[in-house]
Each structure stands twice: as structure tokens, then as C-alpha cells.
Write a new protein. Structure first.
Length: 245
């Protein structure tokens, strides 16, 4: 595990984007595993800047996204397919036919999970997987549990997650209650893993996942076993582990 210290969120985003840009430049037809949520937005903005300056070419890149809400189509403004288009894909020269996201509208959960696992396997895993970290240590929608779930799976969202998402919908009843998520096995299949984290609210999760025991109660802790894992974190996120660095 490599830890790269950053000053703040903007610095986290710049450092993470530099790592991803180097991957694309080194292997123009690489497979990028991508994440959603607030953590990677700054990283995507930095990548767009690099594309606009002529430093990056996404034309041969393939992507696999971590997750998608069940019941939201790709054009819903709260779907992760929409998020990826508006935050990255529409602003660079990537072929969106090469961008893979779980199909939230597939009612056959077993079939959709098997399909997505086959997509990941067809690439031999991502060349580089970008992750964020939840306050409870979750990666993707792999929440704390009694065991690590290996494959893509349909997960029931926690009440905390549903409550947090309610502000984006007309009513609480409209908020998705389930999501399809890449499993721990799919994440660990990636050749490189890059996790970005910022803020004091994530400090306990950083301590639990990367300086504590490996346990499904802190899903991100499994990354301690990955042979090429880089954590980019700001000072606030590292505030509880300064004595351990």
C-alpha cells in the first residue's frame, strides 16, 4: 500500500488525475474502472482539463463502472450512467460504446450480475480501478457485512444511504432502495487500485480500513491485500493516523 498525502480536496484530485493520466498515456487502450459520488468529481474535472489541453486521448479507452441504481434508466438525472456522461464522458473523446455500466433497468438481478461479471472478466479486470470510500468503509455499494461478496450483486441500500439520497428526489418513496454493484472480487481483480478520500468525516474509515484488521465489517480493508494499491488522502482524512505513518 502506497499513501500519497495531499493538502486538500483539490490537491487529492490533481494527484489522482495525474496517476490516471499516466495510465492512459502508458497504455492508450487501457481499461479504467470508474467510481461515482462526490469524491471523484474533482479528479474527472482535472482529467477533462488534461484532455482539453491536448495531453490526453481517450479514444481507445474502455471503462467499467462500479455500480448503478436498480430501477433508474440511463437517462434519469440521478442514474450513475447520467452522472458519468455529465461529469466525464461528454467532455472527452471517449467512445461511449466502450463504456460499461450495470443496467439498472434489468429486472433479472441474477442475469444482470452474471452479465456484468462476464464483461469485467472479458477485460481481465480493469487496468486501474478508481474508488471512493464511504464513511462506514464501503467501496462501491459493498456495505459492511458478515462476509465479502465476490461477484457483482444486487444490494439493498442502507437507510442512511437512502436518507442521504432523498434530497435528490421528489419524495423518499422515489429514492432507489437497491443497486447493482461490482463485488469485492471484481475490484480486487483490477491490476491497480487508486482510492481517493478527503475530509475529517472519512478519517475513522481510513483508520479502520487501512490501519486495522482486514474484515468485511470494514469492506475497504480488503485493499490491504491488493498488490498495487495507492491511497491518495488529504490531511483531514489522515488526521487519525498521523502517528502511524
Amino acid at each position: 500500500m502506497r499513501i500519497i498525502r495531499a493538502k486538500d480536496y483539490n490537491d487529492v484530485s490533481r494527484k489522482a488525475a495525474n496517476i490516471i493520466a499516466a495510465q492512459v498515456q502508458l497504455k492508450p487502450d487501457c481499461v479504467l474502472g470508474l467510481a461515482t459520488g462526490s469524491s471523484p468529481v474533482g479528479t474527472y474535472q482535472e482529467l477533462i482539463k488534461k484532455y482539453e489541453s491536448g495531453d490526453l486521448d481517450f479514444s481507445k479507452v474502455h471503462t467499467v463502472n462500479l455500480d448503478e441504481y436498480v430501477g433508474l434508466d440511463a437517462d434519469h438525472d440521478q442514474s450513475y450512467a447520467y452522472f458519468m456522461r455529465t461529469n466525464l464522458f461528454d467532455h472527452v473523446n471517449i467512445d461511449q460504446a466502450n463504456c460499461n455500466i450495470p443496467n439498472g433497468m434489468n429486472p433479472d438481478a441474477e442475469g444482470e450480475c452474471a452479465r456484468y461479471d462476464a464483461v469485467i472478466a472479458s477485460f481481465g479486470g480493469a487496468d486501474l480501478q478508481l474508488l471512493g470510500l464511504g464513511p462506514n468503509g464501503h467501496i462501491g455499494f459493498n456495505e459492511p457485512a458478515d462476509a465479502f461478496v465476490k461477484g457483482t450483486n444486487k444490494v439493498e441500500l442502507t437507510k442512511a444511504t437512502i436518507d442521504a439520497n432523498a434530497r435528490f428526489f421528489e419524495s423518499w418513496d422515489d429514492v432507489p432502495k437497491f443497486a447493482y454493484t461490482m463485488g469485492i472480487g471484481g475490484i480486487m481483480q483490477s491490476k491497480r487500485v487508486l482510492l481517493v478520500v478527503n475530509g475529517e468525516k472519512k478519517a475513522q474509515a481510513v483508520k479502520d480500513c487501512f490501519f486495522g484488521p482486514i474484515t468485511p465489517k470494514a469492506p475497504g480493508s480488503i485493499l490491504q491485500l491488493h498488490p498495487d494499491f495507492t491511497l491518495v488522502a488529504d490531511e483531514a482524512a489522515l488526521s487519525l493516523v498521523q502517528d502511524l505513518l
